[in-house]
Design a protein around this ligand. Structure first.
Ligand code: EMZ
Length: 384
């Protein structure tokens, strides 16, 4: 098995029963594994709600470390639509040429920089820095602010030995409170100011609502992007022919981004709370219990994807669910896709090979399943 491989731990359960089970802080989760079932449940927001107690749809549950509702992902229709309509144009800014040029300059700089180094620890010294700097564009705030976020490490709610670190979460909450107050005093062109000046159905957004959007923006696109970037580096290290393929046929870059994201599924699953006694995969689930939509498993469903465990860079039909599905599909997807797109073309342009020196996998414990989601650390050498 290659070091960069991400095996599918869900195959057997997916084929045999369509679901899996895991405990999580005494609030068990029935994991939905097949693509069709995942989509069906994701679409059915009435039976499987997102607007439960804040933090409960996340696995591991964050109910003990936060009270602020993340917006829009912990809000159900119809209220969800007002928020989504407000946010959508802002989160589509990565499609603009000026945005892409700035992102390209950032990514070029960091790739140039790692090429001068002997070895580089990709998670902390490449992916986290790249992600944080790119986030300054999404928030439309000065570049230097990234240094503060880099200091927080890869996950804002987790630390090295604690899956849920309340003290660490408070650093983010306090920071956002301060930034909101600054934006109230001194409004600018940043996302905080934009939200504070916005209305939904004639009502101005409250500070708590703005905070809810900002927490999601910081937390949701952090370890996910870091994993996608790091996993891509590991993959190209072991597949120089793929780097060459991108160099020779740059027109496949968009497809390659989708395929890598399908295969890596940087967010394993997302939960929902069941609102009425019902069934999933012919299995009874009770009102107020939890299910999860397992994007990682759905993306390997052989009923939909030919050779699901193989990375086919120019895969033609690729209805993966790495960015979720239906009402709550990922708001940050446009930004994430641009990051990956520019990263791939920059690597193809500037890097000929990458050597893995040392690595430690990040394995998630999901009851009966163990899943590799990325790396705790991976040291490589980039060669020009
Ligand atoms: C939540 C979640 C959103 C959660 C799309 O995912 O990402 C997780 O990393 C956070 O811990 O709070 O934002």
């Amino acid at each position: 098995m290659k070091k960069s491989a991400h095996p599918d731990p869900f195959e057997k359960a997916r084929l045999e029963k369509g679901y899996g089970e895991m405990n999580d802080q005494d609030d068990p989760v029935t994991m939905i594994l097949g693509l069709k079932d995942v989509r069906k449940c994701a679409h059915n927001w009435k039976s499987f709600q997102s607007g439960a107690t804040p933090g409960r749809i996340v696995v591991p549950s964050e109910v003990n470390i936060r009270d602020t509702r993340q917006i829009p992902f912990e809000v159900d229709p119809p209220a969800h639509k007002g928020y989504r309509d407000l946010l959508e144009p802002w989160f589509k800014r990565p499609l603009e040429a000026v945005y892409q040029e700035k992102l390209k300059a950032q990514i070029s700089d960091i790739v140039e920089e790692v090429l001068t180094k002997d070895t580089v620890e990709v998670v902390g010294d490449f992916a986290l820095r790249l992600q944080s700097r790119a986030l300054t564009l999404l928030l439309n705030i000065p570049y230097q602010e990234a240094e503060t976020w880099i200091g927080w490490g890869t996950h804002v709610f987790r630390s090295e030995d604690t899956a849920l670190d309340g003290d660490k979460a408070n650093i983010l909450y306090d920071y956002i409170d301060t930034q909101i107050d600054k934006a109230i005093e001194n409004p600018g062109d940043d996302l905080y100011s934009k939200l504070l000046a916005s209305e939904i159905n004639g009502k101005q957004l409250t500070k708590e609502e703005v905070k809810g959007v900002m927490i999601l923006t910081f937390a949701g696109g952090r370890d996910t992007v870091i994993n996608a970037v790091t996993n891509a580096i590991a993959y190209f290290a072991e597949h120089p022919e793929s780097l060459k393929q991108l160099k020779d046929t740059p027109e496949i870059t968009g497809k390659a981004v989708e395929e890598l994201i399908r295969y890596f599924a940087p967010l394993t699953h997302m939960g929902r709370v069941v609102t009425e006694d019902t069934q999933v995969c012919e299995h009874a689930v009770k009102a107020d219990s939890r299910i999860s939509l397992c994007w990682a498993s759905a993306n390997r469903d052989a009923k939909v994807f030919e050779n699901p465990n193989k990375i086919v860079l120019d895969r033609k039909i690729n209805p993966h669910v790495s960015f979720g599905f239906s009402t709550h599909n990922c708001l940050g997807a446009t930004h994430a896709r641009q990051i990956m797109n520019i990263l791939l073309s920059t690597l193809a342009e500037k890097v000929t090979s990458i050597d893995i020196v040392d690595y430690k996998e990040n394995i998630e414990n999901l009851g009966e399943f163990k899943r590799k989601v990325g790396y705790d650390s991976i040291t490589v050498k980039f060669n020009a």
